[in-house]
Design a protein around this ligand. Structure first.
Ligand SMILES: [Zn+2]
Length: 391
């Protein structure tokens, strides 16, 4: 961020010089044009065309020429001076941004047919997710990914439905939600209810003429009894059909925010059903990389300055822990309350019979033959009965 600010400062300096010079040049050129015009009108036009110019005329003309030449030279050199300010921006970019990332990359990470194919697939999937179908198709062809229709279809369907939702057409989304009702309900999704609610609101918005239709449509809510508070509001709004919902305590139902929300809910739930993450893995990786790179580059610089660059030789692990923020925490982390260590594949968390959870290493240390006393409750039990926990 500091780097951006430093470059922006230089850029502002150039821009203010540019606008200052532009103003100044326009005035100078206007003045000189006016001056030439005056000479033409007051001195040249008054002399008949078949008559030679007198000596004072010639003198005036020579002076005029010299003045024009001087002005042009001055404007030119002022313009040239700008160049140094412009080149300072380039230098500021070079100084503030590191273009050399080689020191923090792992050699060979994308080498080999398999790896480059995987990389291309991830890029292709990213374009499919973003709805850039033609680019994805082109990449699919050029990189010979041979992605089958089955792989592409879920993304295409997602985009068809989202596109319709953005046009406020909820029918494709409703059909999809009804088709996948059981799985959606198993995920605790309220997508179908929210879609019906939007349709219902759309009906009551149109006033008493759609009252009958709205009442009939309300039958669709019979499946969703857990949303009783929302249902009460929807039914309550029917009382205000005549005076208009917008003039009722239920005016909030008309908030366009519900349409934005439904797009998010649909994307989230559809991705969950398809086993996809909501966000593109490629953009998540790039964003995480952008956060992690500056500290890594700093560390590398410090290491090189102190001539201990061989400390960080295993490049598949980081020399320091980098906190990317909670947004990037995808898995729960368990820290053993006994050993105060983070659990790992070799030292997983285990659940004791009493329900308390400690790490495998702690259990091994606490166990005395076939007996172990829980450090918390303290129920005595057989360590073999402890079960491994996966988050
Ligand atoms: Zn216990």
């Amino acid at each position: 961020m500091d780097a951006c600010i430093a470059v922006e400062r230089e850029l502002d300096r150039v821009l203010s010089k540019f606008s200052g010079l532009q103003e100044h040049d326009r005035k100078t050129l206007d003045d000189i044009a006016q001056y030439v015009q005056n000479i033409r009108e007051n001195w040249l036009m008054v002399v008949p065309s078949d008559q030679e110019l007198s000596a004072p005329h010639k003198l005036i003309l020579t002076q005029c020429l010299r003045k024009v030449r001087d002005t042009i030279t001055r404007v030119g050199s002022e313009h040239r001076d700008l160049h140094s300010s412009v080149s300072k921006v380039g230098k500021a970019i070079d100084r503030n941004f590191v273009a050399e990332f080689h020191s923090v990359t792992t050699a060979g990470v994308f080498e080999g047919e398999d790896k480059s194919r995987q990389l291309n697939e991830v890029v292709c999937e990213h374009f499919l997710r973003q709805g850039m179908l033609d680019i994805a198709e082109q990449l699919n062809e050029e990189a010979q990914l041979n992605m089958s229709g089955d792989q592409k279809e879920p993304f295409l369907e997602l985009h068809r439905i989202l596109g319709a939702l953005k046009q406020r057409d909820m029918q494709p989304a409703l059909r999809w939600a009804q088709l996948n009702r059981n799985q959606l309900l198993a995920h605790g999704s309220s997508l179908e209810f929210k879609l019906h609610r939007l349709y219902f609101i759309d009906l009551i918005k149109q006033g008493p003429s759609r009252q009958r239709e709205a009442l009939m449509y309300a039958r669709n809510f019979s499946l969703f009894t857990s949303h009783d508070k929302d249902l009460q509001a929807l039914m309550g709004s029917l009382l205000y059909l005549r005076q208009g919902i917008q003039n009722s305590p239920y005016a909030y139902l008309l908030d366009p925010l519900y349409w934005d929300e439904i797009c998010d809910v649909f994307t989230r739930d559809a991705c969950a059903l398809m086993g996809l993450s909501v966000e593109s893995p490629l953009s998540v990786s790039i964003r995480a990389g952008c956060i992690a790179l500056p500290p890594l580059l700093n560390i590398r610089q410090v290491m090189q300055a102190r001539q201990c660059s061989n400390v960080w030789s295993a490049k598949d692990e980081l020399p320091v822990e980098i906190d990317l923020g909670s947004e990037y925490r995808f898995h729960s982390i368990f820290a053993c309350p006994i050993l105060r260590q983070q659990s790992s594949e070799n030292n997983p968390p285990v659940r004791l019979m009493c329900g308390h959870v400690i790490s495998q290493d702690a259990l091994t240390k606490l166990a005395n033959g076939s007996k172990v006393k829980c450090p918390y409750c303290p129920v005595e039990q057989n360590p073999e009965e402890a079960k491994r926990i996966c988050f």
